[in-house]
Write a protein that binds this ligand. Sequence first.
Ligand SMILES: Cc1cc2nc3c(=O)[nH]c(=O)nc-3n(C[C@H](O)[C@H](O)[C@H](O)COP(=O)(O)OP(=O)(O)OC[C@H]3O[C@@H](n4cnc5c(N)ncnc54)[C@H](O)[C@@H]3O)c2cc1C
Length: 410
Amino acid sequence: MRHIAIIGSGPAGCYLADHLLRLAPDAHIDVLERLPVPFGLVRYGVAPDHQGTKAVVRVLDRVLGRERVGFFGNLEIGRDVRLDELRSLYDAVVLATGAPRDRRLGIPGEDLPGVVGSGAFVGWYNGHPDHAPPPLRSVRSAVVVGNGNVAIDVARILAKSPAEMAGSDLAPQVLELLAAQPIETIHVVGRRGPAEAKFTQHELAELGALARARPRVADPSAIAGDTPIVEVLRGFAADTREAPVTIVFHFGLVPAAFLGSDGLEGVRFARADGSAQEIAAQLAVTCIGYQSVACCSAAPVAGVFPNRDGRIDEGLYVTGWAKRGPSGTIPTNRTEAQQVAQKIAAEALDHGRPGGEGLAALLAARGVRRVDHASWRRIDAAEQAGAAGDRCRRKFDTVAAMLEAIDLPR
Ligand SMILES: Cc1cc2nc3c(=O)[nH]c(=O)nc-3n(C[C@H](O)[C@H](O)[C@H](O)COP(=O)(O)OP(=O)(O)OC[C@H]3O[C@@H](n4cnc5c(N)ncnc54)[C@H](O)[C@@H]3O)c2cc1C
């Protein structure tokens, strides 16, 4: 029997395990995850009010529950086990570790309190244990830098009324902090024109149907072209309803500096003609992409792990955002994982290695507490049972609380 370890239980790792089950019927697959809970950005990136999208976890969870699949949660490669140790235990090891680091703009003032990357901001409102609340202090105006769907998510979460969060898994303490902000204006700013924006039509149009917010376009005369996105923006520009919160779309503005002394006070942008524009803001969220980080001894170059069709080295592979960078949707990871699975199924040799049994013995010797699939399901059940009022889940937002829920000491 061949033994394959996949590092990371996001969509890329789970879809890869699913394809390998079919393409390598002689293989046992272990999915290793640094957190006690699986599913990566489906749990911690996809917006809490988009439960329909998050429902893909049911598909991914079925994979983790399959007979030839083992789940090792609460196991970080690089902290608990080294990559070379893993490679000596398994016939193939796959990095499906995503791209967790926020790209930076590299402009003055980026470290001011009030300037936050979307990974950190989205991680916070989704209850990720690594992300503390941002320093929100009386935010009346927010700037969201970026023209993709993450920027739309951030603008929508800032704009929605508490009642519009019904059915979500937004935590009460997150809602409390958001609801305490006297927010009036959310500026969504892109460096290129409306026709180049990377929003999808459905996500953009959703902003036109919010209860207390109204989208508009800063310069309607600049809306050129006939893409579906441009049509939605024309609709926003023609909408004259008044609302307590305004979402303003700006185009052709390049971020130049975050302004302020001990906290953010505004953002300066440069226009193509060389002139400058300043927008007052107490919060700025940069939604400009993500980069992979090193996984133990494997280091990314320019934000991804260099590979040839998913192969990094003999017996070492990569898939998902760690392979191609932060692009595409959840199904993109499924298509890509199929190609990587074909390659692994064809190339990986049976070396008679111990696989998960050897890993379990190593972890026991080191006192590392594995969260297996049954234990994850108990955390899942406890979170759903703990949901109050109109929420669908109350997430544990620390690793200690997750482990406590299954009586595992940290
Ligand atoms: C804010 C946001 C919103 C999004 N919304 C949508 C949406 O609505 N619809 C859609 O289709 N797509 C959406 N996406 C894109 C989608 O989430 C990604 O395509 C997908 O999650 C990438 O999968 P991945 O498995 O490569 O990475 P990830 O989902 O990031 O999974 C990587 C996993 O690896 C684990 N890991 C990392 N390092 C280690 C280590 N050393 N040891 C063990 N485990 C490790 C991480 O904890 C994580 O669980 C969104 C993305 C973001 C950022």
